[in-house]
Ligand binder design. Structure first.
Ligand code: NAD
Length: 438
C-alpha cells in the first residue's frame, strides 16, 4: 500500500480523532487551510504542470488554465464569501409558535473521502477538497493511479501545506480504494465512470454514507440552421480537443440537420487547422491520450464515419489527431458510449424536434450544448430536455463559473459542487428552533 500515512483504518481513526477535538470548525482554521492550499499551488505550480505534462502531455498553459489557476480561482471565490455563506439563515416561523424563532446552521459532516479520476487529476481532486475544508471537515484525498506523476506531487506537497492531522493523501489503485471504501466516512465524493460509481454507492450504503457521484456520458452539441459555421466550429474545436478530448463535459457529438452538417464539416476542418496547425502532433497546444488501453479503444472507433479531418495516430506517442467524423450512424460504435477522446462525430437529424427526441431517448447527459440564435429554441431545449448543465453558444465554460452548481443528473451523476454548492454538499444544514422560556 502506497499510502503516505498508514493503513486506511488508522488514517480514518486519526482524522476522526482530530475532528472530535473541534479544531476544524472555526472559520479561522478553514481559511488557514484554504490559504495553505493556495500557497501550495502558487509556490509549486511548475511541479504540478510538469507532472501533468508527464501524465497527459498536457500543454503548460492548459495545465495552469484548467487545473492549477482554476483551483486557485475556486479557492479565492470561497475565501471571499465563506464567512457570509456560514451565517445562520433565518426561517419563517408559523403563528402558532408565538415568540419562537428558527434558523439553520451548517454543520461539517466529519471525515470525508474524495476520489479523483486521471483526466484533470489535480483540479478534480483539489476542487472538492476546497469545499470539504471550507465546510470544516477532515479529508482523505485519493488521487488517480492513472495519473501517477500528479498523484506523487499531491502526496508530496499537500501534507506540507495543510493540517496533516486533518488531511491525508492515500495513493493507490483498486485494492487501496477498495480498502478505503470499507471505512466509515461521513461523505464520499467520487468523480469518474459510472461502473465504479455504482461500486462506490454500494460501499457507501453499508455505512449510510451520503455520496456525490460526478460521472460522465455523451454530451450532445446541437447546431441550429441559423448559425455562423466558422464561429460554431471554432468554439466546438476549442472545447472538444482540450486535453485531447478527455474532458467530462467535452461536446461528445454534434447533432444537426444535413445542410448545416455540410457547412460545419468544412468549417471544423479549417478551425482544427487554425488551432493546431497542419500537423497537430507537433503543436505545443495539443495533449496526448492517457495510456495505450484508451489509445486502442479510441483508434477502434475511427472507422465509424467519413473522416473530415484528422484520423492520424501514433501508438508510441499515444497521439491521436483531432478528428471529425461525418455521416455517422446513431448505431455506429462511436455513438455507443462516451468517447472521451479527440473524435467528434456528426450525426444528422431533420431538425429540432428530432434532435430533442434523440437526446431524450438516451441517458441524461452531463451537459447539453446548443448553438442557436433563436430564443424559442433555447426555451424549448431548456424546458424539454434534462441534463447536468445547459450551455448555449460556449461549451465547457459553465464549469468555470464558481457560482453555478456543477454536477450530473441520472446516469451523469448525483450531487453538485463548486462555490457555495460545495459548502452545501460537505455540510449538514441543521434546523434550530428557540422558544424563549419566559
Ligand atoms: P479513473 O480510472 O482514474 O477512476 C476514478 C477513480 O476511481 C480512481 O481514483 C480510481 O482509483 C478509482 N477506481 C477505479 N476502479 C475502482 C474500483 N473497482 N473500485 C474502487 N475504486 C476504483 O477515472 P475514469 O473513471 O476512467 O474517469 C473517466 C470518467 O470520469 C469519464 O466517464 C468521465 O466523463 C468521468 N468524469 C466525470 C467528471 C465530472 O466532473 N462529472 C470529471 C472527469 C471525469
Amino acid at each position: 500500500m502506497q499510502s503516505t500515512v498508514g493503513q486506511p483504518a488508522d488514517v480514518v481513526a486519526r482524522l476522526r480523532a482530530t475532528f472530535r477535538t473541534g479544531r476544524t470548525k472555526p472559520l479561522a482554521w478553514r481559511t488557514e487551510q484554504l490559504r495553505g492550499l493556495r500557497a501550495m499551488l502558487t509556490e509549486h505550480g511548475q511541479e504540478f504542470a510538469a507532472a501533468l505534462r508527464e501524465d497527459l502531455g498536457k500543454p503548460e498553459r492548459e495545465a495552469f488554465r484548467t487545473e492549477i489557476d482554476f483551483t486557485v480561482r475556486e479557492i479565492d471565490h470561497t475565501l471571499e464569501r465563506l464567512e457570509g455563506w456560514l451565517r445562520p439563515e433565518p426561517a419563517e416561523v408559523p403563528e402558532h409558535l408565538g415568540s419562537a424563532t428558527a434558523w439553520t446552521v451548517q454543520d461539517p459532516l466529519g471525515v470525508v473521502l474524495v476520489i479523483a479520476p486521471w483526466n484533470y487529476p489535480a483540479q478534480l481532486l483539489l476542487a472538492p477538497v476546497v469545499g470539504a475544508l471550507a465546510a470544516g471537515n477532515c479529508v482523505v484525498a485519493k488521487p488517480s493511479e492513472m495519473a501517477p506523476a500528479t498523484s506523487r506531487v499531491v502526496a508530496e506537497f499537500l501534507p506540507r501545506y495543510l493540517d496533516s492531522d486533518a488531511v491525508a493523501v492515500v495513493e493507490g489503485a483498486i485494492p487501496e480504494t477498495t480498502a478505503l471504501l470499507e471505512q466509515h466516512f461521513d461523505h464520499i465524493f467520487y468523480t469518474g465512470n459510472g461502473a465504479v460509481g455504482r461500486i462506490v454507492l454500494r460501499a457507501a450504503a453499508e455505512h449510510l454514507t451520503p455520496v456525490a457521484l460526478e460521472l460522465g456520458g455523451k454530451s450532445p452539441a446541437f447546431v441550429d440552421r441559423d448559425t455562423d459555421p466558422a464561429t460554431v466550429a471554432a468554439r466546438l474545436v476549442s472545447a472538444k480537443f482540450l486535453n485531447a478530448g478527455q474532458t467530462c463535459v467535452a461536446p461528445d457529438y454534434v447533432i444537426t440537420d444535413p445542410g448545416t452538417a455540410r457547412a460545419l464539416e468544412e468549417a471544423l476542418a479549417k478551425a482544427v487547422l487554425e488551432k493546431f496547425g497542419a500537423d497537430p502532433a507537433v503543436s505545443p497546444d495539443y495533449g496526448r491520450i492517457v495510456n495505450e488501453r484508451h489509445f486502442d479503444r479510441l483508434t477502434g472507433l475511427l472507422d465509424s464515419g467519413r473522416t473530415v479531418v484528422g484520423g492520424e495516430h501514433d501508438r508510441a506517442n499515444r497521439y491521436i489527431a483531432p478528428t471529425v467524423l461525418a455521416g455517422v450512424s446513431p448505431d455506429s460504435p462511436v455513438m455507443a458510449e462516451e468517447i472521451f477522446g479527440p473524435l467528434l462525430p456528426i450525426v444528422e437529424v431533420e431538425g429540432l424536434d428530432e434532435a430533442i427526441a434523440f437526446i431524450n431517448d438516451r441517458p441524461k447527459p452531463l451537459a447539453l450544448y446548443a448553438f442557436t440564435e433563436s430564443s424559442a429554441t433555447r426555451d424549448r431545449l431548456t424546458a424539454e430536455t434534462s441534463s447536468g448543465a445547459l450551455g448555449f453558444g460556449l461549451p465547457v465554460a459553465h464549469l468555470t463559473v464558481s457560482d453555478l452548481p456543477f454536477g450530473g443528473v441520472g446516469e451523469s451523476g448525483m450531487g453538485r459542487y463548486h462555490g457555495r454548492y460545495s459548502l452545501e454538499t460537505f455540510s449538514h444544514r441543521k434546523a434550530v428552533l428557540h422558544k424563549p422560556l419566559s
